[in-house]
Design a protein around this ligand. Sequence first.
Ligand code: HEC
Length: 368
Amino acid sequence: MRWLITLVVFLGLPIPGTAWAQGPVFPTTGEGLYDVGCAKCHGEDGKGVDLSLVAFDEPLPDFSDCSFAAREPDADWITVSHEGGPSRGFSHTMPAFGGAFSVEQLQLIMDHLRRFCADERWPRGELNLPRALITEKAFPEDEAVYTLSVNSSGDSAVINKITYEKRFGPSSMWEVIVPFGARELSSENGWGDVGIGDIALAVKHTVHHSVESGSIVAVGGEMILPTGSTNDGLGAGTTRFEPFVAYGQLLSDNLFLQAFGGVELSADRDKSAHEVIARAVFGGSWTQGDFGRTWSPMMELLNTTTLGDDSETNWSLVPQVQVSLNTRQHILLNVGMNVPLNDTHRRSTQVLMYVLWDWFDGGLFDGW
Ligand code: HEC
């Protein structure tokens, strides 16, 4: 009997009632699997077929558009393909292929999808490591972040921060940071006025990235303007410029490391000393169930050393957990604590949290 099937398959004849009926041999390459499962909607070129050829009107993604495709990690696309559109807050029109293709076959399809964007200047989404509460990361982002920090020891303070980040070109980004809030000046003088702090403008450019080695390096510069009131404890009273290097490294078992080094140069050293800044983040990311919410516990180690006559070195630890809030995973929450390791009677402990909106992936109310 087997020889007959072999002959039939060899001749390309359909065997009724079997999966082989659709074609002579089920494909084993990513391209073949894509052509069978995906091309009738997504097109052989990955740009999406003309909507007049299909029975739905959801716009199809363009996998050849690097600005969209490069930033999406394989794992997210495998989830959408395995579980269907709604698993990441997309439409039902994107079918679930979990019953038809194994994760290994979907990975072959992803390797094929990646060929549609051939421009290697765009860093891949796999290198977009979770954002720590304080340490700037190396990956360029399109995001808006609201951060709140409240002192839980020492003088009281409530400081909010709005950060807006926008990518330009394949691997660059600019950002604006606007802090606002109020501080207790001392127990005798009470609180200062509520106001804006020192606004910062920054640019960042990725100089190296490789999915093979799991590493990404960016250089950047930040200019901090003296917009905050010094009387209310909200500003340093002088402009500062901070060139920096940021590095991210994927490790095995979902773990990662991030590092940051910078120098903060002050225009007026009487008001604010030059500072050397070194930060490191160690953490990991795990999904709840096979394709669910992502949890990323992290630990930051912060070090600053002021330069000059009364040079001083401060250390802090920032334990924290980041979690995705919605199905699309583009709204994230991080909660943690900044704990000083030295001079603890003088330096306050802070409770910190942020809500991050990766606005490129959808509106605030999309994908819940
Ligand atoms: C019946 C048509 C159809 C088929 C077949 C199909 N898709 Fe889709 N796919 C869609 C539509 C429509 C969307 C957009 C959904 C939305 O934006 O809400 C989509 C979205 C996606 C996305 C999400 C992209 C993003 O925005 O992040 C991925 C990944 C994807 N498809 C992969 C695949 C793969 C892989 C296959 C084959 C195994 C496949 N699709 C087969 C219709 C289809």
